[in-house]
Design a protein around this ligand. Structure first.
Ligand code: AMP
Length: 218
């Protein structure tokens, strides 16, 4: 079972990815989280990615594709996986087609969380992330139990540098211009499902479960 989760930055993909993986027991792979880990470790890839990410641009297809292939080699991906934030360009989508064809196991299921840009800005600027486990909170709609610290780790929550308003605008532009064609690659396929992502997180998850049930559950 291979799932691709699409949606603009700040639409709640990370939250839904976590809920889906708890349900299906497959790993959620966020290329954004992988890149942030590379930056934290100071690797050559992290050094290349840092400035691009801080400016709200996209890291080059070659680098991200290679990073993804490496991650998919790990044992936990054997039974399937969920991709959050990949593919982000048509080139990445075509590359993923080839990778999946080589692996066998059928077509991926695509869940597209649709949220207009006007809803994204206020949401994303109130977003906080645990630097240790990457769990996402929202100080307005989904606050941690104890203000400012992660429920799981007790670590102080952080605002991502690229969640600043001006950078978010650039990220939304990149989503429209570069990720739009990747989504168009899947639209109309049997396994493509569009979900209204403006609803409360539990409603979004209920809608996703409805889509998943016939394919994976029971
Ligand atoms: P995210 O955490 O998914 O919002 O990603 C944060 C940033 O990481 C993006 O704004 C990009 O700079 C970079 N990034 C994440 N995934 C990709 C990808 N598939 N292709 C290119 N850049 C990516």
């Amino acid at each position: 079972m291979i799932l691709l989760l699409f949606g603009p930055p700040g639409c709640g993909k990370g939250t839904q990815a976590r809920l889906i993986t708890d349900l299906l027991h497959i790993p959620a792979i966020s290329t954004g989280d992988l890149l942030r880990a590379e930056i934290t470790s100071g690797t050559p890839l992290g050094l290349k990615a840092q400035a691009i990410m801080t400016a709200g641009g996209l890291v080059s297809d070659d680098l991200v594709n290679a990073m993804l292939v490496n991650r998919l080699k790990r044992h936990d991906c054997r039974e399937g996986f969920l991709l959050d934030g990949y593919p982000r360009t048509l080139e990445q989508a075509l590359f993923l087609d080839r990778v999946l064809a080589q692996r066998g196991g059928g077509e991926p299921m695509i869940i597209h969380m649709d949220v207009p840009a006007s809803v994204i800005l206020p949401r994303i600027t109130s977003r906080r992330q645990c630097p240790k486990c990457n769990r996402i909170y929202n100080v307005l709609h989904q606050p941690p139990k104890s203000a400012g610290v992660c429920d799981v780790d007790g670590v102080e929550l952080a605002t991502r540098k690229d969640d600043r308003q001006d950078v978010v605008r650039d990220r939304l532009r990149a989503y429209e211009q570069l990720t739009g064609p990747a989504i168009a690659h899947y639209t109309g396929k049997r396994m493509y499902h569009r979900i209204d992502g403006t609803q409360r997180p539990d409603r979004v998850f209920a809608a996703i479960q409805q889509v998943l049930r016939p394919a994976f559950v029971g």
